[in-house]
Design a protein around this ligand. Structure first.
Ligand SMILES: Nc1ncnc2c1ncn2[C@@H]1O[C@H](COP(=O)(O)OP(=O)(O)O)[C@@H](O)[C@H]1O
Ligand SMILES: [Mg+2]
Length: 256
């Protein structure tokens, strides 16, 4: 049964899409079957994995127009379900309370084919994001070291706690990893990392912490439609992603 991992931060540009592609590929390299679902209407992940011309997309699947298996396209060592611009209509179209279970329900149909299923999310609190919370077993929160603010980490944490409580909890997701992105060996970044470690201690899930060093290759590899572990396998960013993938796997109770 595949473990479902949501990559979530309501802030844009913190490295969600990059982390999803590179962690998925690092794990797939360890002979795991990995699926990635692009739930962001911007479709960056679909573009960077060359899945963007494939139809049907996750939109037709959520609309129950197409079976989920038809939306899967193999992109190198991972499988991808691409996004669609039509996802921008999701907040208006999926308005029934039960609609928040749609993604979870369709994932259930293919879950036993995979070891890990990642969900890349857009930068907004939306119905789609709620669907991701419902479907996820585990959550990764990427944050940017650059501005030192750790924006969004507490918001995701508070949402999860709220969704896990109450009469009818809608998620069982555990925060597994805080991923500090674009890390450099400066005093400011070290302080940011310490602040993140403190958060991890205070969060009841005690997520592990991984740092990804800043590197232009993280952006460059995208124009070549390659994950960083193929584009620059011996570089800092690729090595950091391999370490982060190992931490994640062990955090969710698997062997590396
Ligand atoms: N380790 C890194 N070093 C330098 N730039 C990075 C790194 N990780 C990601 N980036 C760049 O930061 C930008 C935002 O990353 P992205 O993954 O698209 O964020 P999000 O999906 O949260 O909006 C992209 O241009 C990406 O290539
Ligand atoms: Mg993104």
């Amino acid at each position: 049964m595949g473990k479902v991992i949501g990559v979530i931060n309501q802030k844009g540009g913190v490295g969600k899409t990059t982390a999803t592609i590179d962690l998925a590929n690092a794990i797939a390299q360890r002979k795991r079957k990995v699926l990635v679902i692009d739930l962001d209407q911007q479709g960056n992940l679909s573009k960077y994995t060359s899945a963007d011309s494939h139809i049907p997309t996750i939109y037709e699947v959520l609309q129950a127009e197409k079976p989920i298996a038809e939306a899967v396209v193999t992109c190198g060592r991972i499988d991808v379900i691409p996004s669609s611009k039509e996802l921008s209509k999701a907040d208006k179209e999926f308005v029934e309370h039960d609609d928040i279970f749609l993604l979870s329900d369709v994932i259930e149909l293919i879950r036993d084919k995979y070891d890990f299923i990642f969900i890349d999310n857009g930068p907004a609190r939306s119905t789609l994001l709620t669907m991701a919370y419902v479907a996820a077993d585990y959550i990764i929160i990427p944050a940017e070291a650059d501005d030192g603010s750790l924006d969004g980490v507490d918001e995701v944490y508070n949402d999860i706690i709220r969704y896990r409580q109450g009469k009818r909890p809608i998620t069982k997701a555990i925060i597994s990893m805080l991923l500090l992105n674009r890390y450099e060996n400066t005093v400011m970044h070290q302080n940011t990392k310490e602040a993140l470690e403190e958060k991890s201690e205070n969060f009841e899930d005690h997520p592990c912490i991984a740092t990804i060093r800043k590197g232009i290759v993280a952006t460059e590899c995208k124009s070549f439609r390659q994950p960083v572990i193929d584009y620059d396998p011996n570089g800092n960013v690729a090595q950091d992603y391999m370490i982060a993938a190992k931490k994640l796997i062990m955090q969710v109770g698997e062997r590396w």
